[in-house]
Design a protein around this ligand. Structure first.
Ligand code: ADP
Ligand code: MG
Length: 211
């Protein structure tokens, strides 16, 4: 295969991003009760409803004002999440997607490597905004291993989903140092972080969007 053929095969266009965000919304919808249950153990029992409301707004906006580029799709989704999710996670997820969208600029198609780099920039912005470090029992514990696993081909999307899942599971024994769960101190230990769990769903949806 020539390099131009493989570039075409791996090109991610606007419809890939629409499929990704739609798959993420379906997954969040399906798992909303579980996310809320996790948040009832170490938070205020609203993470599932927050995320479901936010992602419903994302899919509605994608239909009403179809974005013209991958970057525009992520910026539109980020804007909806900031205005509709609320809580701590809304601004953090909004920042993740808006920052990644800005990094992609107005290119009509991007490579998996460009998406990986954009998401890395988004995750860095989440760390900066929330001030959390790895091991603090937050969404970063799923997002950081995910962006580490992302690379130059779409096969890395599956690896990123698995890494995020593993990262979310690894939050169980952690002591929460950020967000509402941190108010519980030692009592936060033994529960999976809801935000890390929703992050794993969103990352896993990447592989679902590949055709
Ligand atoms: P709230 O805690 O305001 O009710 P949510 O329930 O929607 O908001 O989201 C809680 C999740 O947000 C947590 O499980 C955690 O993963 C994430 N989170 C909270 N604070 C931070 C932070 N400072 N940095 C990164 N993630 C955070
Ligand atoms: Mg909550």
């Amino acid at each position: 295969m020539s390099s131009s053929e493989s570039a075409v095969e791996h090109a991610l266009d606007t419809s890939f991003f629409q499929r990704w965000l739609t798959a993420a919304a379906e997954s969040v919808h399906r798992e909303a009760a579980r996310l809320t249950e996790l948040d009832s153990a170490i938070g205020d029992a609203d993470h599932g409803t927050n995320m479901q409301r936010g992602f419903a707004a994302v899919t509605e906006a994608l239909e009403k004002e179809p974005p013209g580029s991958p970057g525009a799709a992520l910026i539109l989704a980020g804007r909806q999440l900031i205005s509709k999710v609320g809580g701590a996670s809304g601004p953090l997820y909004g920042t993740l997607l808006r920052r990644a969208g800005k990094a992609l600029g107005d290119a009509a198609e991007v490579t998996p490597q460009q998406l990986a780099d954009a998401l890395r920039a988004g995750v860095d912005a989440v760390a900066q905004l929330g001030g959390a470090a790895p091991g603090d029992k937050t969404m970063l514990d799923a997002l950081l291993p995910a962006v580490e696993a992302l690379g130059g081909d779409t096969a890395s999307f599956t690896a990123a989903g698995e890494a995020a899942d593993k990262g979310a599971l690894a939050t169980v024994p952690m002591l929460a140092r950020k967000g509402r769960a941190s108010y519980l101190g030692e009592r936060s230990v033994g529960h999976q972080d809801p935000g890390a769990t929703s992050s794993a769903l969103i990352v896993a949806a990447l592989a679902e969007a590949v055709r």
